[in-house]
Design a protein around this ligand. Structure first.
Ligand code: ZN
Length: 579
């Protein structure tokens, strides 16, 4: 299975021959371009996936793509020329499922994202708390894979000041660990009954809450946490946009939008700091701390007021189920440990009615699903809306995200129902998490079928690249490498571990499509972005190596040198020599 290490695809021959195909430049004297790229590897992702040497950009639009000779006439006195010197340029990345504000808040809260193992986590928490002032101490990215099936125990917080409310969000965003002060605040104790749509974990052999809360129980804390300050969110989002640009991302589907996020984006757009295209999905009514009742209806009505050239909110995010850890993900065959099938956020009939309502408003639907029962529920709802709803809206492209388990019967329905598959490939390799939290509850057979990306592609489904940042790693190259190898992008794992998730590997070409032209398809923007073709906006990522010419295991080590959004350079790698 390690043979794919040798899967070097030499495209350089193509590079020379196909530049003729991509030529669009005229020979006559041209108006000078603002920006020109020469001496590339430009992977255009046009209909034939042709390569070009050079491209010219004027007023933010790609005006010519072709050979160096064809593009030279566009160079005038004031034209900025980027010498690619054989480096690879490709369309800017579209992240089809991301939480930018939460990602930005990683810099505000205590950040546990890179701490694994109980000791390292305790050390980091104590170091953060020492420097923290305020009533609420909050941390993010707690690795649930470092604990058992019941999740962490509040005793790991013992060394922290218990005068503070302590909220430590789990790395899956569905579970959190809190201290006694928080449990008291939200009224959870040994007498609390288990809610239907959440979990209160208890200490072994007792009814005392362990401090780990899942789904609706976790959300109770969200509702009690202090509201975010606008200035802090603005700074967090600014940081997130810069970070996304540094990974070549120029377009994103933000799947967690309320009015607060809309206000932040609007401010950044007005100050010309929103250097990417945003499709924002308004979070469905009543989920977490967001808008409910009249307020939710008002947000739906006024969403247009927050839109601008590059920002659109005609979309809704709907939670269908939870996750496998804690067994809140809805699955067709029961969990091995408890013999239950997980839970759906809403019953089918109510769910279909809600989905159809948004569908009839012409909104794009975006579903969170982990289990195969959740995937089927989402598909059934789209089918229901298409059959009973507004006929002119049948071409709408909806998205089902994560797709941990998909029943084989449902795989052809992606193409049949025009649904994009946003599979979170950053999770799709074997790790401590797989061994500790998935195999025990799903069994080896189901675990080996997780994230069935190749099967969906084989059935003509549209594959989308999505990070789920900050619940997955933001770097698209990590996801791309993992999708190709189904191996740990951070380092080697043993042969036996590798076999578990090895059945659904796809090609580099597939994954670049997923992150570029398919992303544009997802948001009905293929006339604007997703490829390097004449007439489209110039959203471009330039890498220090040609991804097709390196070992697939080196893809995640490749660096973005420059990111261009709408024709202007919005990211330049620190220390980069020349252009
Ligand atoms: Zn998400």
């Amino acid at each position: 299975m390690r043979n794919n290490r040798r899967m070097r695809i030499t495209i350089s021959i193509l590079l020379i021959t196909s530049s003729v195909l991509a030529a669009c430049a005229k020979q006559a004297q041209q108006d000078p371009a603002d920006l020109v790229m020469m001496n590339g590897g430009i992977y255009t992702v046009d209909a034939t996936h042709s390569w070009a040497e050079a491209a010219a950009i004027a007023d933010g639009v790609i005006v010519a793509v072709g050979t160096n000779d064809e593009i030279k006439p566009y160079v005038g006195d004031s034209t900025k020329v980027i010498d690619l010197a054989g480096r690879m340029a490709m369309p800017g990345i579209h992240d089809s499922h991301v939480h930018p504000l939460e990602g930005g808040y990683e810099q505000v809260y205590c950040n546990l994202w890179y701490d694994y193992g109980v000791d390292a986590i305790i050390t980091k928490l104590q170091a953060c708390e020492k420097n923290h002032v305020g009533e609420w101490f909050e941390a993010v990215g707690l690795d649930l894979g470092s604990f058992g099936l019941r999740g962490p125990d509040k005793s790991i917080l013992d060394g922290l000041s218990q005068d503070k409310y302590i909220f430590v969000d789990g790395s899956d965003g569905h579970a959190a660990l809190v201290n006694d002060k928080v449990l008291e605040l939200i009224g959870i104790d040994e007498n609390s009954v288990q809610p239907l749509d959440g979990v209160i974990e208890r200490r072994e052999g007792s009814l005392e809450p362990s401090g780990t809360l899942r789904e609706s129980s976790r959300d109770l804390v969200d509702k009690s946490r202090p509201k975010r300050k606008f200035a802090t969110s603005l700074a967090a989002m600014r940081g997130a946009i810069n970070l996304m640009n540094s990974h070549g991302i120029t377009s994103a589907y933000d799947v967690w939008v309320g009015e607060h996020e809309m206000q932040v984006y609007k401010t950044l757009a007005e100050t010309d700091e929103l250097t990417m295209r945003i499709r924002g999905a308004i979070i469905d009514e009543g989920v977490y701390e967001k808008h409910v009742g009249d307020d939710f209806e008002r947000v739906l009505r006024v969403r247009g007021d927050y839109e601008s050239d590059n920002v659109n909110y005609n979309s809704i995010k709907i939670m269908v189920d939870g996750v496998f850890e804690g067994e809140t993900g809805a699955i067709l065959e029961p969990y091995l440990t408890t013999n239950n099938n997980g839970s759906l956020y809403r019953e089918a009939e109510e769910f279909n009615t809600r989905v159809k309502r948004y569908y009839d408003m012409g909104m794009l639907l975006h579903f969170h699903t982990m289990g195969d029962r959740a995937v089927r529920t989402a598909m059934d709802a789209i089918e229901y809306a298409r059959s009973n709803g507004e006929e002119t809206l049948r071409d709408g492209r909806h998205t089902i995200s994560h797709l941990g388990l998909v029943d084989p019967v449902d795989i052809p329905r992606f193409a049949e129902l025009n649904i994009g598959a946003s599979v979170t490939m950053a999770w799709a390799y074997t790790s401590e998490w797989t061994h500790g939290l998935e195999i025990p509850v799903l069994g080896i057979e189901r675990t080996s079928q997780l994230y069935p990306i190749r099967s969906i592609q084989a059935a003509d489904g549209v594959i989308l690249g999505g990070s789920d940042w900050n619940y997955g790693d933001l770097d698209p190259l990590l996801s791309i490498e993992t999708a190709i190898t189904r191996d740990d992008p951070w380092g080697p794992v043993s042969e036996s571990e590798y076999e578990i998730l090895g059945a659904e590997m796809v090609s580099l070409e597939t994954m670049i499509d997923a992150y570029t032209i398919n992303g544009a398809w997802q948001i009905h923007a293929e006339d604007v972005s997703g490829s390097i073709e004449v007439g489209k906006r110039a959203d471009i990522a330039i890498y220090d190596h040609n991804l097709f010419e390196i070992d697939v295991y080196e893809i995640s080590e490749t660096k973005v040198d420059l990111t261009i959004f709408d024709g202007r350079v919005v990211y330049r790698r620190l220390g980069l020599q020349g252009q």
